[in-house]
Ligand binder design. Structure first.
Ligand code: SAH
Length: 226
């Protein structure tokens, strides 16, 4: 492994369209769009998104867009990753976070650099294996990722201080609410394609509070494993 600059191993820094300059430009765009958290912006500026997409798409890795990752799935738009992470961290940094829909692992990686422990569930095994290789290469040791149906959560490691869902169910899965700690936050897109909303649900002593964050467009959250 090479020398580290900006906290990133030289092997992953990239050149040209995948360089630090490209990441800085992306961060400027996110700031203009209203992302405020310096912590989140800093982690985005030092995480190599180009490692999480196919080599043929690497030159577009720092565009603020979703990109295909195979199996009919997409890597989420950086703005959405930033928004969701910011919403999760608004009240302080959660220790233990569950992510549903590992996909290529980019959101997982961002979370792993901000919180103590990340658990992530993916229903398509091939995507999970690739994501795990990236976590290993980038030396992220606080991620446990497994194959399964995220609708069921991960009861063995519950309760979670935060849950982030990267695919949209029609309604909020009951098990995810159950596995949220008191004061814990669930960030989840809900609804049919064409009419989804990103919700922030906070568990209180008495029940749950819900806030609408944005209109969004996610791939559907499916049932069972792929
Ligand atoms: N954060 C990921 C998003 C990938 S797209 C990224 O940026 O790459 C959403 C992912 O959710 C897909 O990989 C899809 O396979 C997964 N998914 C959909 N339904 C699921 C379910 N019930 N359980 C676990 N993962 C699911």
């Amino acid at each position: 492994m090479g020398e580290c600059v900006y906290g990133m191993s030289k092997d992953f820094q990239g050149i040209g369209m995948t360089s630090q300059r490209a990441r800085n430009r992306l961060v400027e765009q996110l700031q203009q769009m209203g992302v405020r958290s310096d912590r989140v912006l800093d982690v985005i500026s030092t995480t190599p998104r180009h490692i999480f997409v196919d080599e043929a798409l690497a030159s577009r890795a720092y565009d603020n867009t979703a990109l295909p990752i195979g199996h009919n799935q997409t890597i989420s738009q950086p703005y959405i990753v930033a928004r969701m992470t910011e919403a999760l961290m608004y009240d302080g940094i959660p220790e233990k976070v569950l992510e549903i829909g590992t996909g290529c692992g980019y959101q997982t990686m961002i979370l792993s650099r901000l919180v103590k422990q990340v658990y992530s569930i993916e229903r398509i095994e091939a995507l999970l294996y690739k994501a795990r290789e990236r976590f290993y290469a980038l030396k992220a040791r606080n991620i446990s990722a497994r194959h399964g149906d995220g609708n069921l959560g991960w009861p063995g490691n519950a309760p979670f201080d935060g849950i982030v869902v990267s695919a949209a169910p029609i309604g909020v899965p009951e098990k995810l609410l159950e596995q949220l700690a008191v004061n814990g936050r669930l960030v989840i897109p809900v609804g049919k394609s064409g009419g989804q909303e990103l919700l922030l649900i906070t568990r209180t002593e008495e029940g749950f509070e819900e806030k609408r964050l944005d209109s969004v467009s996610f791939v559907p959250m499916l049932k069972g494993v792929g």
